[in-house]
Every structure is written in structure tokens, then in C-alpha cells.
Ligand binder design. Structure first.
Ligand code: SF4
Length: 306
């Protein structure tokens, strides 16, 4: 899932128009675009690792830029980190004159994607928004209607819903991906929209992970259809986000859905629903999510089948 989104999901009808369509290639990031001190409340697997990216408090003098005039941006992805982001902005203001805080948690209108600025190098985002309105998801609330962006090279595709983009944009993205190794569709491919021509495009690139989603019981039929289109691809490469803890679903229902996804030939990745605030889940929910987010834990046992 992208930092802006709580979980992937592909269940609501496609009903909204693409409001912009730009599929030209964008050059690599310029030095000016990256000459910003970036501060993050916590490290995630997406956090940049360059010398201007920091986690938490300012380090001692000598371990941070000396120039007070350098812009400094505190980037907040999760709503439950907002107070910490504000506190960090204050803290960094002691050393820099131009400190701001923003990011997905502030519902910022994300502009064009700049590789390596707020997400580590290698990740690309070629569109924003989504045409669906899944109730657990922040993507459409924050970014609105789907729109394409200039295509920045990268091997990890983190679009909210790439397949909802116009065909020529999707094809242009695959043209870019043809020059990449170990492509990962971590933003997810929408099982509702997956078609045979997508499978043909997949055959033109070197991918290592294809992510889909099964976020509620009603997603099953789409995932079965998608499994047919993706037939023959190794289970090692087929991953599936499974949102649990949303709505009225019981623990046993969530477990059965995870087991069902596994039995269909996907490696599930359980995601506990968190909403606007961090939810205090009972230990059994946390244990379920922990087990089903680590293939090494659940692959040792034969999955139950419905
Ligand atoms: S990105 Fe779109 S399809 Fe995916 S969960 Fe959000 S609204 Fe649903």
C-alpha cells in the first residue's frame, strides 16, 4: 500500500472519469528538488536514506547541514503521527528558518512525483487518486479523482490504482518498466480491472512481486477471476493485501479469508484496519495479523480450504 492509503482494495464500481492525462516521461529528479532536509516521525521501508533524510530529533551539530536557510520539511504519512510531526517541526525550527510540515496525513494535494524526495529511490508513482471510493481508504479522500503524472523511472510501482489509468498510460509505464529489474507492483493491481492485455504486458517485463487485494468477502469473485488471468505465475510472485478488522467481520471470518486467499495461490499480507487513529487491537487480532503478514510463519502449515 502506498503511504497515502490505508489498504489496497478493489471492490467498488468504476464510475469516475480521468481528469488529466499526462503520460510523457519525466527526467530524473534535479539536485534542486532534492536539496531539502526531510524529517520523518518514524522509519518505514519507504523512507529515503540519503544524507538529508532524518528520523526524529535534529542530530548534533556536524551531523546535519549548517546552513539555516536550507528548507526543512517534516513529512507525516500517518494521522496518528500528526502531533509528533508538529513537535518535530518546532524542534527543527531551532536550527532552520524555513521549516514546514505536511504530507498525506495533512491531506496535502500531492503534486508531481519527485523520485527520492519523500520516498526512497527506486519507487515511482505515475498517477494519483483513484476512481473508486473504498470506505476504508484514504487515497480518494486525499487525492481525489484519478490523474496521471509524468512517468518517473523506478522499479517499485506505488500508484494507488495503475490499472484505472488510460491504456496508453499503462502501456507507457510498462515501456519504462521494461528497462527495470525485479519490478514490484506494491501499489497493487486492481483485480476488478485486470485483463488479458495486462497479462501480455507483464510478459514483457521482469517482475518479482505482483500485489492484488482481497479486502472483504465481496472481493473473492474478482480475485478468482484475476487468479485465472495470472495462472502459471509462481506463488512466490503473487502477493495479496488482506485488510482485516474493518467493519463487522469477526476474527474467525478474517482468518478464513486469509486462508482462502492462500489456498487460491496468493501469499496473503494481512493489514489491520487503523482508520484515522491507531486502534488498540486485542492480542488475538494482532497475532492473526502478525502470522499472516509473514509467509515464513504461515507457509509451514497446510492452509484450510473453504
Ligand atoms: S486505492 Fe482505490 S481501489 Fe484501492 S482501496 Fe483505495 S479506493 Fe479502493
Amino acid at each position: 500500500m502506498s503511504p497515502a492509503r490505508l489498504a489496497k482494495g478493489c471492490n467498488t464500481p468504476a464510475a469516475h472519469a480521468v481528469v488529466a492525462d499526462r503520460h510523457e516521461a519525466r527526467p530524473e529528479s534535479t539536485p534542486e528538488e532534492l536539496a531539502v532536509i526531510r524529517v520523518f516521525p518514524r522509519r518505514t521501508k519507504w523512507t529515503p536514506t540519503d544524507e538529508l533524510a532524518f528520523i526524529g530529533e535534529p542530530p548534533l551539530n556536524g551531523f546535519r547541514p549548517a546552513d539555516r536557510k536550507m528548507p526543512c520539511a517534516v513529512s507525516c504519512t500517518f494521522t496518528w503521527d500528526i502531533s509528533e510531526a508538529k513537535r518535530l517541526a518546532q524542534s527543527w525550527s531551532r536550527f532552520y528558518d524555513h521549516v514546514s510540515w505536511g504530507g498525506p496525513a495533512r491531506d496535502d494535494d500531492s503534486g508531481d512525483f519527485v523520485a527520492g524526495r519523500f520516498i526512497k529511490l527506486g519507487v515511482t508513482i505515475t498517477s494519483r487518486g483513484c476512481l473508486k471510493r473504498c470506505p476504508w481508504c484514504f487515497a480518494w479522500r486525499r487525492e481525489g479523482e484519478i490523474r496521471t503524472l509524468p512517468i518517473v523511472p523506478g522499479r517499485i510501482v506505488q500508484d494507488n490504482n495503475l490499472l484505472a489509468c488510460p491504456r496508453r498510460h499503462v502501456e507507457a509505464v510498462f515501456d519504462m518498466l521494461a528497462g527495470q529489474r525485479a519490478v514490484v507492483f506494491s501499489g497493487g493491481l486492481d483485480a476488478d480491472l485486470l485483463s488479458d492485455w495486462h497479462r501480455e504486458l507483464l510478459e514483457t517485463i521482469r517482475y518479482s512481486e505482483i500485489w492484488l487485494a482481497c479486502d472483504r468477502r465481496g472481493s473473492k469473485s474478482s480475485l478468482i477471476r484475476a487468479a485465472g488471468i495470472l495462472a502459471g505465475i509462481s506463488t512466490e510472485k503473487l502477493r495479496c493485501y488482506v485488510l482485516i478488522g474493518f467493519g463487522e467481520e469477526s476474527l474467525s471470518e478474517a482468518r478464513r479469508r486469509l486462508e482462502w486467499v492462500y489456498s487460491l495461490g496468493f501469499l496473503p499480507f494481512a493489514q489491520l484496519y487503523r482508520g484515522m487513529k491507531a486502534v488498540a487491537y486485542l492480542p488475538e487480532w494482532r497475532a492473526l495479523a502478525r502470522k499472516w503478514s509473514r509467509p515464513a510463519l504461515y507457509r509451514t502449515k497446510e492452509p484450510a480450504r473453504d
